[in-house]
Design a protein around this ligand. Structure first.
Ligand SMILES: [Zn+2]
Length: 146
């Protein structure tokens, strides 16, 4: 993803601090020159965290969010490839809640926000038996490839 989008995820986390932010990752799957699977984030759709009960450590994506994200993706010729959220004052590692509520296939980006300042950003996906999150690398491009 571009440095610009990475920055947008971080600033969304700062904006909603001490609550969690969340949003959709829009983009596409492709292949690198060495034929490795590459997932490109090309746009974001910030969402409202609807967890009124516990917005500091929970986020939830509703069916309406998925529809809205899907519409936004289609308009741009992209698809939903994952979701991002922040961890206020917690490390950028998935919680038990995150694992229990994750869907297969999607990438989950987590940004840690400590005392209102963005820290690590990590990305995860469920392994094949859906019991464990595996970390995946994030490559930040300084300039958009044309
Ligand atoms: Zn989380």
């Amino acid at each position: 993803m571009s440095a610009h989008l990475a920055e947008k995820i971080r600033s969304h986390g700062v904006e909603t601090y001490p609550h969690e932010c969340c949003g959709a990752l829009l983009g596409r799957d492709s292949e690198s020159e060495s034929h490795d699977a590459v997932r490109e984030v090309l746009a974001l759709l910030p969402l409202v965290n609807r967890r009124d009960d516990s917005p500091r450590n929970r986020f939830s994506v509703t069916a309406e969010d998925v529809l809205e994200a899907d519409r936004a993706a289609q308009q741009q010729g992209l698809e939903i490839i994952g979701w991002y959220h922040s961890h206020p004052d917690h490390p950028a590692r998935p919680s038990q809640y995150d694992r229990d509520h994750a869907w297969p296939w999607y990438s989950y980006i987590i940004v840690s926000v400590q005392n209102g300042a963005p820290q690590d950003m990590t990305s995860w996906h469920l392994n094949d038996d859906r019991r464990e999150f595996l970390q995946e690398g994030i490559e930040i491009r300084q300039r958009a490839a044309v």
